[in-house]
Ligand binder design. Structure first.
Ligand SMILES: Cc1cc2nc3c(=O)[nH]c(=O)nc-3n(C[C@H](O)[C@H](O)[C@H](O)COP(=O)(O)O)c2cc1C
Length: 178
């Protein structure tokens, strides 16, 4: 699938079919995350592939009350949990690069999943201590985000985005692009 098609089509999927996701496909999309760039190439990220229903339900219970992705986390056949060691990344001017490293690696995984016909949904609003306990994540690692992974029940239409003129400037802040 062409890159721009993937970028345009990807949506957050919160309803999944029970169809299994082959281990080879999971490895393929993990590889897309593995090759992401990172601060000093330190690759601070680690990914946990959760298939057990019991653990998926426990992860869903770790999502903050009212999180619209809770059902998806319990029901998708796979959940990928993205963790990172902040000490294996940079920290400059209060900017913790482990979040950038892990965010873009997870986004590469998410785009690769779409290219494989699978749905995902970024989830970052959860009780980290609970998610940590479910997956036995060591204390030096943060649990950054997770995503359900599976065959989408349907493909929702795109959500609105700001116009380019609102978010992109020429040469200096506020100056419109030609
Ligand atoms: C860093 C981040 C955290 C997010 N956390 C959640 C979450 O906890 N629960 C959820 O349902 N969606 C979450 N989302 C998904 C956004 O709501 C979604 O990307 C946004 O509404 C745009 O919709 P789209 O992804 O379908 O284009 C998160 C997205 C990002 C980038």
């Amino acid at each position: 699938m062409e890159l721009y098609q993937v970028l345009e089509e990807r949506r957050s999927i919160r309803k999944y079919l029970p169809d299994p996701v082959p281990a080879a496909t999971v490895q393929k999309i993990l590889d897309a995350a593995r090759i992401a760039p990172s601060w000093s190439n330190l690759q601070c990220w680690r990914f946990i592939v959760v298939r057990s229903r019991e653990k998926r339900e426990q992860l869903a219970a770790a999502l903050a009350g009212g999180n619209p992705a809770a059902k998806a986390v319990a029901e998708a056949p796979v959940v990928i949990v993205a963790c990172a060691d902040p000490k294996a990344s940079g920290d400059h001017d209060g900017k913790a690069y482990y979040l950038l490293d892990t965010g873009l690696a997870l986004q590469q995984l998410i785009l690769a999943a779409h290219a494989e016909g699978l749905g995902t949904c970024w989830v970052a609003w959860f009780d980290e201590a609970k998610a940590r306990a479910v997956c036995n994540v060591p204390p030096e690692y943060r649990v950054v985000a997770l995503t359900p992974l599976g065959v989408p029940e349907r493909r929702p239409s795109p959500r609105p985005r700001k116009a380019l003129a609102e978010i992109a400037f020429a040469e200096e802040w506020g100056k419109p692009l030609p």
